[in-house]
Design a protein around this ligand. Structure first.
Ligand code: AHR
Length: 302
């Protein structure tokens, strides 16, 4: 896909670790710099090279059927990781996150947190991820579902492209357009949250525990779980980047002539700076919210 975020670096490192020569793999890796056309070209090059398996982390969720048909015609099994493909099922397996559940969890946590703090009005600003990415679509839909149900106001929702620079730019414009009107900022990844913090610092807006604004992030990369522990980010909803070990298992199953599962969800946790919300209910299932202590932080793998 690219190198737009700390999360992506963790995902890429995981692929290099798992698909190493030492582990018996020859890995061809292309960084597509978040460019969908480049990604389709990379897949076609892999077909030309006659590789045994193609693993794709789709930048956007549509526009895939033609190239996946070409993979199928060439007899090369495709495994999808992280984001979903929504207009074709011509792949063996997908391994990744339920992005809508992440967005729902964020909304349910905010509801419980606001109730505990006696906050009766929510005026939220959302910094979305890259347009057309299933991670963006799921998180946006999930949070909006709760916002609509609870009667919250989403003042604005614009893309920060999952980057720190993008998050800062969007937040700078929000600070000008909505000065004094917002009490919640939802950043759809950690890098955007870093950019939003810089913009709010420059605008004199306080955030986090005891601040004017409740700041929420997604991904929960270790440095940002540290920021949760430090009270700068109120809550962080994990997106697990460790798909590669599961992909290796899928490849082993295919090598053994077995049929892997079509959809495999990675496990994810929710982290908070305060211990006032211990559990939330998402899609009818009670889930823990982890209060971040040094012990929790030390145990984070990435
Ligand atoms: O698809 C996963 C998302 O993409 C992560 O939340 C984000 O950090 C990355 O760029």
């Amino acid at each position: 896909m690219g190198h737009e975020s700390d999360w992506r670096t963790a995902s890429t490192n995981s692929a290099y670790d798992v698909f190493s020569e030492e582990n018996g793999y020859e890995l061809s890796f292309v960084d597509c710099d978040n460019d969908s056309a480049k990604q389709l070209e990379a897949v076609r090059n892999f077909i030309q090279q006659g590789l045994d398996y193609i693993i794709i982390d789709p930048i956007v969720s549509t526009g895939w059927d033609a190239v996946l048909t070409e993979c199928e015609d060439a007899g090369i099994p495709v495994i999808i990781i992280d984001r979903t493909i929504d207009d074709s099922d011509k792949y063996v397996s997908w391994v990744g996150s339920d992005f809508k559940v992440e967005g729902l969890a964020c909304g349910e946590w905010l509801k419980a947190y606001a109730a505990d703090k006696g906050i009766t009005e929510i005026n939220a600003l959302v910094i979305e991820g890259s347009t057309g990415a299933s991670a963006t679509i799921g998180r946006t839909d999930g949070f909006k579902e709760i916002a609509d149900r609870e009667g919250w106001t989403i003042l604005d929702s614009q893309s920060g492209d999952f980057t720190e620079a993008g998050g800062q730019e969007v937040m700078e414009s929000y600070c000008q357009s909505y000065a004094g009107q917002f009490n919640v900022v939802i950043c759809q990844n950690d890098n955007e949250a870093a950019g939003a913090m810089t913009a709010m610092d420059n605008a004199g807006v306080t955030y986090g525990v005891g601040g004017d604004v409740i700041l929420v992030s997604f991904d929960a990369n270790k440095p940002y779980v540290q920021m949760v522990m430090d009270g700068k980010i109120n809550a962080n909803f994990e997106c697990n980047p460790m798909a590669a070990p599961t992909v290796a298992e899928i490849i082993q199953q295919l090598e053994a002539g077995e049929t892997p599962e079509k959809e495999i969800y990675v496990t994810e946790s929710w982290f908070a700076a305060e211990d006032n919300v211990a559990t939330i209910t998402v899609n009818g299932e009670e889930q823990d919210v982890i209060y971040v202590t040094q012990e929790v932080l030390d145990a984070r793998p990435y």
